[in-house]
Design a protein around this ligand. Structure first.
Ligand code: ARG
Length: 309
């Protein structure tokens, strides 16, 4: 099954996840990019409408610094990519690449093709970081296919299995490239609500068996697939999901979680799954349609661990 894409519950292998999906180690660190050039200058997603020119850069810098501390506190040391002048969205480090391990366990990175030409300049800067740190770098998206990295691909906790979204920023055909690059099974979901334009804004696994899901964001086939793989679907409060991107949290099963402080009902939910829920203010970044999960890239293994932030 590895290397294939599944779009419907009826195509799933028989039996529980634990028999058909390989166990895999989780991330060991995160890669971040300081918000030196951060701004809202156009409307790439509905959250940005009304926030043109409204970013407080000094406040953004402060919020970003606290976020990096929060990652560290739950056991995710941060490495950084140098920001490029004029790349106002580069702080959203989840999008330029997709990181993971391949079937042999090698840290592997698949380069994105961003939907907006203004964001395409960000990708080579991330590519250079991964090459310098000896990752296996894959540049394999066919002409015309789009993929916005971990913005639209969420790894299943503890299993070599990827959930991938398409519709607004990534194309469905790109999911086959994810499956081939990582030798993983990919479970493909159509995204239906523009407020939840990336999968990372509407799906947040809580552990191997439970997930926080913004149900409004998916179609019937997607909800059926989610329900067939996870034993428990916890619906995310729709208001918190839209206004605070509550499902854009980082959850490390058994370790901790980081989430924006504007989502009290979701914070309660997370506290039932992990002991240490760290809350942060990502208010300046919410103006651009991003929060905790979008502001970092996962790092795996020990590759690239030499140079601290
Ligand atoms: N303004 C950015 C964009 O629309 C925000 C990206 C947030 N990242 C995310 N993974 N949702 O491209």
């Amino acid at each position: 099954m590895n290397g294939t894409v599944i779009r419907r519950a009826s195509e799933l292998p028989d039996g529980p996840l634990s028999v058909w999906a390989e166990p895999v180690a989780g991330p060991t660190a995160v890669l971040v990019c300081p918000p030196d050039a951060f701004d809202v200058i156009d409307v790439k997603n509905p959250h940005m409408a009304g926030s043109l020119g409204a970013v407080d850069r000094a406040l953004a810098r402060e919020q970003w610094g606290r976020l990096v501390e929060a990652f560290q506190r739950i056991g995710l040391p941060a490495r950084r990519v140098a920001p490029l002048p004029g790349c106002e969205d580069m702080v959203f480090a989840a999008n330029q690449t997709l990181t993971g391990v391949d079937a042999e366990g090698r840290p592997t990175v698949l380069l994105s093709r961003m939907r907006h030409p203004s964001r395409r300049r960000e990708v080579p800067a991330f590519e250079a970081w991964f090459r310098e740190h000896a990752w296996r770098v894959v540049d394999a998206l066919p002409e015309g296919e789009l993929l916005e990295g971990a913005g639209d691909v969420v790894w299943h906790p503890g299993r070599h299995l990827a959930w991938a979204g398409h519709g607004f920023r990534s194309s469905a055909a790109a999911h086959a490239v994810v499956a081939a690059t990582f030798g993983a099974l990919v479970l493909s979901l159509a995204l239906c609500d523009e407020r939840f334009y990336h999968l990372g804004t509407c799906l947040c696994p809580l552990d191997e068996r439970a997930a926080l899901v913004v149900c409004e964001a998916f179609d019937a086939a997607g909800l059926e697939l989610l329900g067939a793989v996870f034993d428990e679907i916890v619906p995310c409060d729709p208001e918190e999901a839209a206004a605070a991107l509550a499902a854009n949290a980082v959850v490390l099963p058994g370790r901790g979680a980081v989430i924006d402080e504007r989502a009290p009902r979701t914070i309660d939910v997370l506290s039932r799954y992990v002991d240490d829920v760290v809350t942060v203010d990502t208010g300046e970044f919410l103006k651009s349609g991003g929060s905790v999960f979008c502001l970092k890239q996962w790092l795996f293994g020990t590759t690239g661990m030499a140079a601290p932030v």
